[in-house]
Design a protein around this ligand. Structure first.
Ligand code: ADP
Length: 571
């Protein structure tokens, strides 16, 4: 009793920090304030790096991308009410892209809830549409269990966002040191293992292999689920042993190099339009893959879908569905093939047709790219950036890309040679992810160069985070394609614009020639304004070798590019 009296006390903030550290959390992203500032400081003292942002939206995007890149949940810390609402951007991004993430928000005092307390919100209700699992801690004794639970849920099965609600009164409650140690140990011991979906039967693998073996025009499609599963070695083995052409989705790019001779990227329409069996690994048959339906796909194509989510397979009703981890399943397929190998070979008519079409399209594009057009269109600067990135060799820089035309053109011109080196607007086509993704990529792969190629509108969503990049001295080079607005300059027919505000700037346009390069200089970073190939080449060479926070403001012709980029049919 005597010794208990003199024992130091542990408050809720410290207990959360300890539980996070014990659960293996090494990074947190967020914005501090009432009631979570002490939590962030405690976490730092325990060796967790806290990356402090200006806005929870960017911090949330960072947390979601960190989860994708590392396979460990990215943790976002926010204040209550508005902080939680801003954080929903990141949480929903994790949900839609199926990336592991945990959002932890402070919330108002439990006894004052419903009476108009400071930043009061029913946060559990607010996060509900975007989470796999949410928990509210109502007493300090529940902290360790709930912390371990949210982390486990975020990574088990189909990854996604989870939420932990921490009322301010719980953060101020205390327990003794010995009680805290007991609670932590108990939570750790009862931690449940990761589930990896139902066990796949050998018959299903045999069927998949038989379909591929007997196909006339087989195709292997892979997406960011395969990237998350780190299935690159297994996919490479499958592609190279069978000689089957492959098509990556935008973020699947790099699992096998874009320059691989079996890459069907430059012959995409032919590949998906004519294939008779498509093995789709860790990619949804959603809008990005034209729902797997005619007219883009043949009506007779037989899909073999590999996905960790049984629900996803149920939804698509493929010819054959294999539920499980991409790396595991492709590994099993390889093992099955090994006993009775088959390979299409270069002279197979299907392989030849794809290779011929890809070469034609690449040479046509190269003719366009070779021109030095000033004022810049999108192609000339993109070629220069492509060459500068390729000249970096290995490890390849991580590319972050957003914007309409900038992202569309970048997707076909920029070359990915290594896995998980492309982060873009993703499944939701989300603009504003750029700076958050840059920061996540820089901390997920320390020392590696991160290059963002963004439209000026995409950049503007989170431009203030360049200060964050400077503050932590991250090796991030942001190239802004500045054409003065969303899609570029004012493209309206003046005769169609009426009313008292007809002389306002167009809803699509920003201040022309905005000096974005000066923005980063306000914080001590390096800025460049470029308008010619020589200036761009020099700025890239200097900034890639310096690996310091940089913004390169590239002046683009405001009338280059198209409204809605390549998605005009959705307008
Ligand atoms: P993309 O945008 O590249 O087409 P999607 O985000 O549409 O990719 O699809 C990714 C799919 O990968 C999701 O349906 C998700 O359930 C699945 N997935 C996530 N992790 C794994 C894994 N370890 N193994 C297999 N599939 C996975």
């Amino acid at each position: 009793l005597e010794s208990n009296k003199s024992e130091t006390l542990v408050d809720g903030n410290l207990l959360v920090a300890r539980a996070l550290a014990r659960a293996g959390v090494d990074y947190m992203f967020g914005v501090v304030g009432i009631p979570v500032t002490s939590l962030a400081n405690r976490a730092v003292s325990l060796g967790i790096r806290f990356i402090a942002f200006h806005n929870e939206q960017s911090a949330g995007y960072a947390a979601s991308a960190y989860g994708y890149l590392t396979g460990r949940p990215g943790v976002l810390l926010t204040v209550s009410g508005p902080g939680c609402v801003h954080g929903l951007a990141g949480l929903s991004n994790a949900a839609v892209n199926t990336w592991p993430m945990v959002m932890i928000s402070g919330s108002c005092d439990q006894k004052d809830f419903g009476r108009g307390d400071f930043q009061e919100l029913d946060q559990i209700a607010a996060v509900k549409p975007f989470v796999k699992f949410a928990a509210k801690v109502t007493d300090i004794s529940e902290i360790p269990t709930h912390v371990f639970d949210v982390i486990t849920h975020a990574i088990s099965g189909r990854p996604g966002g989870c939420y932990l609600d921490l009322p301010s009164d719980v953060l101020h409650q205390t327990v003794s040191e010995s009680e805290a140690a007991k609670l932590l140990a108990a939570a750790e011991n009862s931690r449940t293992g990761q589930t990896i979906g139902k066990t796949i039967g050998s018959l299903e693998i045999e069927n998949a292999v038989s379909l591929l073996r007997h196909a006339d025009r087989p195709l292997i499609v892979f997406g960011k689920g395969s990237a998350f599963a780190r299935a690159e070695n297994e996919l490479k083995k499958l592609v190279e042993s069978t000689g089957i052409p492959f098509l990556p989705t935008p973020m699947g790019k790099g699992l096998l190099p874009d320059t691989h001779e079996l890459a069907a990227t430059a012959a995409r329409s032919l590949a998906i339009g004519r294939c008779d069996v498509a093995l789709v690994v860790g990619a949804r048959l959603n809008w990005l893959l034209h729902f797997g339906e005619p007219p883009r796909w043949s009506k007779d194509v037989k899909f073999i879908l590999v996905d960790i989510s049984e629900e996803e397979i149920e939804l698509r009703k493929p010819y054959l569905g294999l539920v499980g981890d991409a790396r595991l399943i492709v590994g099993l397929i390889n093992r099955e093939i090994k006993d009775d190998p088959f390979c299409l070979g270069k002279s197979h008519p299907w392989v030849e047709a794809i290779s011929k079409k890809a070469k034609e399209n690449v040479s046509r594009m190269e003719l366009q790219l070779a021109k030095d057009i000033v004022p810049f269109n999108f192609l000339t600067p993109m070629r220069i950036i492509r060459d500068a990135i390729l000249a970096e060799g290995s490890p390849a820089p991580i590319l972050v890309s957003e914007g309409a035309n900038t992202m569309d053109v970048g997707r076909s011109v920029l070359v990915q040679t290594e896995p998980r080196t492309r982060l873009d607007a993703g499944t939701w086509g989300t603009m504003g992810v750029g700076l958050g993704y840059c920061i996540a990529a820089a901390v997920a792969s320390p020392g590696r160069l991160v290059v963002a190629v963004e439209g000026d509108s995409g950049f503007g969503f989170s431009a203030m985070e360049v200060e964050t990049v400077v503050r932590y001295q991250l090796p991030v080079v942001v190239v802004v394609f500045n054409n003065g607005g969303v899609y570029g300059g004012d493209r309206r027919n003046p005769e169609e614009i009426q009313g008292p505000y007809k002389d306002d700037p167009a809803p699509t346009s920003f201040v022309p020639d905005a000096a974005y390069h000066i923005l980063i200089e306000a914080f001590g970073g390096k800025g460049y304004l470029v308008g010619t190939p020589e200036e761009l080449k020099a700025a890239l060479a200097e900034s890639f070798s310096a690996k310091k926070p940089t913004v390169i403001n590239v002046r683009i012709d405001p009338y280059a590019g198209a409204e809605s980029g390549r998605l005009q049919h959705k307008n």
